[in-house]
Design a protein around this ligand. Structure first.
Ligand code: PHE
Length: 344
């Protein structure tokens, strides 16, 4: 019996040693330690042994079984270690490899222009105000000296929700709102950027929705020359030092006198070309001295206070500054267009 068990042990250890994977090990485990295995058989046959031999053989059989078990477990662990080591080796991460770049968006050119204009006017002592896009008939028209039957309303036909509520056609209603908030006490010095809406036939230079920046300065003794000075320094900062402005008489119901402001054409430097229609000038904004009636309606004493106002189209500023030939580029969100405004 002893010899048989000793031989079994050596045989099993040899097979464990030779096993190359988990499956081979499992086979060894089943064949030596299983219910039909040789060790179980030895234990079963113990009945035939003498009472003296029985415990010795029993003990030895148990020792052999434990030894095989231990060796099996050790080998199993060793195989697992090898497998993990191999996997780690194969799946090694190269952390020095450059990552995939994250594509960054860009500031929309209209937003960039608004911020640049804001910066320039903040530098001139203005602050930034905003008003609602859904506006009342009162602020959009009446408070700006455009009573209900005024013919100048025709130029700014809009989208009405009710008789009294519409999408604002201009940022000028923010003038009235800001003045009201000041309770007749100056100075008032604001610019107001925002969206405006008009019933319009969309083409390369017109859109039913666009942006404006309104300016308003009310104080004692504000004069036309102040308007000219402020606009001149704005244009020089925004378009370049070599640009000049020109004031032409015009009409707005809420300013008197009213002017259109032109800038020297960037393309020809004022000599005249196709873009400026040979005039050497390009129109950029409307402006004027705030009409006394408008001051009074919003609570300012027109004998004590005077002021100027202006309104410019943001798309137009951007198109002139960057040489953009179609207003629709701003709204179609084509990345090839937008990416050109990336700041490096
Ligand atoms: N609101 C006018 C427009 O949209 C522009 C403007 C503003 C004119 C302020 C004079 C003063 O055409």
């Amino acid at each position: 019996m002893k010899e048989t068990l000793e031989a079994l042990l050596q045989e099993a250890l040899g097979k464990i040693e030779a096993a190359e994977d988990g499956r081979a090990l499992q086979e060894v485990r089943v064949s030596y330690l299983g219910k039909k295995g040789p060790i179980t058989e030895v234990l079963r046959g113990m009945g035939k042994l003498s009472a003296e031999e029985r415990p010795k053989v029993g003990q030895m059989a148990n020792e052999v079984r434990d030894e095989i078990k231990t060796k099996l477990d050790e080998k199993e662990q060793a195989l697992e270690d090898i497998r993990v080591a191999k996997q780690l080796e194969e799946q090694k991460l190269d952390v020095t490899m450059p990552g995939r770049p994250i594509e960054k968006g860009t500031k929309h050119p209209l937003q960039a222009v608004v911020e640049e204009v804001e910066d320039i006017f903040i530098g001139l002592g203005f602050s930034v105000a905003e008003g609602p896009e859904v506006e009342t008939d009162y602020y959009n028209f009446e408070a700006l000296n455009l009573p209900k039957d005024h013919p100048a309303r025709d130029m700014q036909d809009s989208f009405y929700f009710t008789e009294e509520l519409l999408l604002r056609t201009q940022t000028s209603p923010v003038q009235a709102r800001t003045m009201e908030a000041h309770n007749g006490v100056g100075p008032v010095k604001v610019i107001c950027p925002g969206r405006v809406f008009r019933r319009d036939n969309d083409d390369a230079t017109h859109s039913h929705q666009f942006m404006q920046i309104e300016g308003l300065y009310i104080d004692h003794n504000v004069r036309m020359s102040d308007l000219r000075g402020v606009l001149d320094s704005f244009v020089k900062r925004f378009f370049g030092e070599n640009r000049e402005i020109r004031l032409r008489p015009s009409f707005f119901p809420f300013t008197e006198p009213s002017v259109e402001v032109d800038v020297t054409c960037a393309l020809c430097g004022g000599k005249g070309c196709r873009v400026c229609k040979q005039s050497g000038w390009i129109e950029v904004l409307g402006a004027g001295m705030v009409h006394p009636k408008v001051l009074e309606m919003s609570g300012f004493d027109s004998n004590e206070y005077s002021g100027f106002a202006f309104g410019m189209g943001v798309e137009r500023l951007a198109m002139l500054k960057y040489g953009i030939d179609d207003i629709r580029h701003f709204y179609t969100n084509d990345k090839r267009f937008l990416a050109q405004f990336k700041r490096v």
